[in-house]
Design a protein around this ligand. Structure first.
Ligand SMILES: C[S@@+](CC[C@H](N)C(=O)[O-])C[C@H]1O[C@@H](n2cnc3c(N)ncnc32)[C@H](O)[C@@H]1O
Length: 238
């Protein structure tokens, strides 16, 4: 049973036949649940916004979801003329388009498609949050290269692969701390732990750094908390 009355609105992955079905339900309630599933979500998006600055005129978001990040960037950038979101999920893109339409008359464009397969548009800055780990590590490295061929700056927030037992322990401690403080809801912890377990595609921070260096880009770590990282790559070629 999915939303049983006596269990409140909690969703447990064990209720689902497979992770895809669970992810589908989770994504239908994404905006409501994401901040309880990812304790640092808002802060990490803010770190991207700060680093993108307030003078860019165009931005593309890879795996934009419901456009939470694009909206923050537009709000911080009076000079933005073009905001482009790319996502494979058409229902999510509908929500994204409504959110941006309601906010601003700026030119926004949404592209439905697989970011690994489509030609990416050029923009002053490419951003992404919690999306790259959906594809294999090999595809992520190719994607980073594709992005940096089109955009001089790439700022990415994502989960990362822990490389040491200490990193794993820090992540577990971080999650249980937030659970005790009531910041993480048990249902979201369930989501988070399954995501972190299944999304083993996530690159280690050093792998992301090497992928950027291999494209001739500078790499700067902006934020790192257990399990999550924000980095900025600046192309030296464009
Ligand atoms: C966890 S959500 C993050 C959404 C948004 N970036 C945010 O931070 O709220 C991951 C998003 O990536 C999208 N996605 C995953 N793989 C994709 C792909 N290969 N091409 C395009 N979008 C993809 C999903 O549809 C989903 O909307």
């Amino acid at each position: 049973m999915i939303f049983e009355e006596d269990r409140g609105e909690t969703i447990y992955s064990a209720d689902f036949k497979n992770l895809e079905e669970f992810n589908h339900i989770f994504s239908s309630r994404y905006d409501e649940l994401i901040e309880s599933a990812c304790p640092c979500y808002d802060d990490m998006l803010d770190a991207i916004v700060r680093s993108a600055g307030s003078k860019i005129t165009s931005v593309v978001d890879i795996g934009c979801g419901t456009a939470n990040l694009l909206l923050k960037i537009i709000r911080n950038n009076p000079s933005i003329e073009k905001a482009i979101g790319i996502d494979v999920d058409v229902k999510t893109l509908d929500k994204a388009a409504k959110k941006l339409d309601a906010y601003s008359p700026i030119c926004s464009q949404f592209i439905e498609g697989d970011f690994c397969k489509i030609k990416l548009p050029a923009a002053d800055v490419c951003v992404s949050s919690l999306a790259l780990h959906y594809v294999s590590d090999k595809k992520q490295k190719m994607l980073i290269q594709k992005i940096l061929n089109q955009c001089p700056v790439f700022i990415n927030f994502d989960i990362y692969k822990c490389e040491t037992e200490q990193e794993e322990q820090d992540k577990k401690d971080f999650i249980s701390h937030h659970l005790k403080n009531g910041i993480l809801k048990p249902c979201c912890l369930d989501f988070l732990s399954r995501s972190l377990k299944y999304n083993s595609n996530a690159l280690a921070v050093d792998e992301a750094r090497s992928a950027c260096y291999n494209c001739g880009a500078h790499f700067k770590l902006l934020e790192k908390i257990p399990g999550f990282v924000v980095y900025k790559a600046v192309s030296l070629n464009l």
